[in-house]
Design a protein around this ligand. Structure first.
Ligand SMILES: NC(=O)c1ccc[n+]([C@@H]2O[C@H](COP(=O)([O-])OP(=O)(O)OC[C@H]3O[C@@H](n4cnc5c(N)ncnc54)[C@H](OP(=O)(O)O)[C@@H]3O)[C@@H](O)[C@H]2O)c1
Length: 364
């Protein structure tokens, strides 16, 4: 049976993935840099474990050697992705992760040629960011191949895990969050807002620096991509003051202090909250002058459920040899329908109004 190494296995998301991997009967080895936490998890899950940190490339390559695939859930991925990717290229191990960080996706993609030559698959962002929006993007470009602009949006009311908060704090100086004319450009938080019917009536959305911006750009080749999220009112107010705090948040000591504070809060959503969660995903593709448009929606279970199931669905398909070597996005590797491998995901719901606009424009 092909072997999977799960790095960051005792974090909030890592632990959920580890349990599901055991339930699926996968040959999974737990891994991370904290001996105590790993030993505790080994006692609970009765799986082998490897302790190594990522600062020594020789130790990383030594640990990865012999594994068919590594699934990285240790975030912020700005600290963990590249040492593991470089180890994978040396050992011929495939790499999968659940990053939602734009700069990480962009950096991993730079290894495309090297990975192709080494026969290694690099498949980052197979969590909630980016599977649903990436698959929706692929569906939209199938509907409107001449699209030049893609707008995606997500509406999910939920408290994130502490690890996700730490990643947001770490990425406070993120320099770009939309694609414009094929280039990543920075826009200020709250600079772009619009009202979107994500699937349960019109709601305000704010453009956000989600990894889906990069994934959707590479999946579709569309030069202009932006991603909106429905943000509840208190969070919108916080975003408005963000530009004034940005310099402060980027300072390493302030970041470290905030991460410590974040680490004292409840670790992540309860099982009940995950079971009840639901996410509405919307997207619209249009051509240069807006004459032709296509809009579609889909619905998924809670974002953490999608991350757990989606990342293991991706890892299993990589282990089965279903992904080519080189850098891939989720939909690029497995097609637009890949999102429906997640139990409870439904769609695509195509917007008849936008389709009509397209037909009208096309028949002129
Ligand atoms: N793509 C998506 O949709 C999606 C969904 C959910 C979460 N995420 C991301 O997944 C990441 C994990 O989330 P979480 O809630 O599981 O966070 P968490 O509970 O804080 O877990 C993070 C894990 O990463 C490990 N880690 C962090 N830095 C490390 C380093 N430099 N070397 C080795 N291990 C390191 C931590 O180990 P120690 O505690 O021992 O340092 C811990 O095991 C976050 O970045 C989050 O944003 C993405």
């Amino acid at each position: 049976m092909p072997s999977l190494l799960l790095y960051g296995s005792y974090g909030y998301v890592g632990n959920l993935i580890a349990r599901e991997a055991v339930d699926r009967g996968l040959d999974v080895t737990l891994a991370g840099h904290d001996r105590e936490q790993l030993e505790k998890q080994v006692r609970e899950l009765d799986r082998p474990a490897l302790r190594f940190d990522l600062s020594d490339p020789v130790a990383v390559a030594g640990a990865l050697d012999g594994f068919d695939c590594v699934l990285n859930c240790a975030g912020p991925f700005s600290d963990t992705a590249l040492p593991l990717v470089e180890g994978c290229l040396e050992t011929g191990t495939d790499y999968v992760d659940v990053t939602g960080e734009i700069p990480v996706i962009e950096r991993v993609r730079e290894y495309d040629r090297e990975a192709t030559d080494a026969g290694v698959t690099l498949l980052p962002s197979v969590g909630f960011s980016s599977i649903p929006m990436d698959c929706l993007a692929a569906h939209l470009v199938d509907r409107l191949p001449e699209a030049t602009h893609l707008t995606l949006g997500v509406d999910s009311v939920r408290v994130p895990s502490i690890g996700s908060l730490k990643t947001v704090i770490e990425g406070a100086e993120t320099e770009s969050n939309v694609y414009e004319d094929g280039r990543l450009e920075r826009i200020e938080p709250t600079e772009r807002t619009r009202t979107i019917d994500f699937g349960r009536g019109e709601r305000p959305g704010v453009a956000m620096p989600l990894g889906d911006v990069s994934s959707a750009h590479y999946t579709t080749g569309i030069p202009n991509v932006e991603v909106y999220a429905h943000v509840p009112r208190p969070a919108r107010a916080a975003l408005r003051v963000y530009p004034r705090l940005e310099g402060l948040l980027a300072r390493p000591r302030v970041k470290a202090a905030l991460k410590r504070v974040a680490g004292t809060v409840r670790e992540g959503p309860s099982e009940r909250a995950r079971e009840r969660g639901e996410v509405f995903v919307w997207g619209e593709a249009r051509d240069e002058d807006g004459g032709e448009r296509a809009a579609s929606r889909l619905r998924t279970p809670d974002a953490y459920v999608v991350t757990v199931q989606g990342s293991l669905n991706a890892a299993e398909r990589v282990l089965a040899g279903e992904a080519d070597s080189g850098y891939w996005t989720p939909a690029g590797a497995f097609g637009p329908e890949f999102v429906f491998d997640v139990e409870g995901a439904s769609g695509f719901f195509d917007d008849p109004t936008a389709s009509t606009a397209r037909r009208t424009a096309a028949s002129r």
